[in-house]
Design a protein around this ligand. Structure first.
Ligand code: FES
Length: 87
């Protein structure tokens, strides 16, 4: 599990194995946009403020993947214990 802090909403959630960041933050009442839920459309993209994302999508380029500046929250996870997102 890892923690996701939604900076704009002032909400923090724990994301356990088997649950996506998208599901966890939505349950906590954070407004999120999504469509495919498979990491292919790019709708759920959001900026990473802090932490080391683990990209599992098919949208980002290799350079974007390496930069760790942005994340598709419907499929991607975190390598760090905590991710701070612009949500
Ligand atoms: Fe399509 Fe996340 S909802 S990439």
């Amino acid at each position: 599990a890892f923690e996701v802090e939604c900076q704009r909403s002032g909400v923090s959630v724990t994301v356990p194995p088997g649950k996506t960041i998208y599901e966890a933050v939505e349950e906590a009442g954070v407004d999120v946009l999504g469509s495919c839920m498979e990491g292919v459309c790019g709708t759920c993209e959001c900026d990473v403020i802090e932490g080391d994302p683990d990209p599992r999508d098919s949208v980002l380029s290799d350079a974007e993947r390496e930069s760790g500046d942005t994340i598709m929250i419907c499929v991607s996870r975190s390598r760090s214990e905590r991710l701070v997102l612009d949500l």
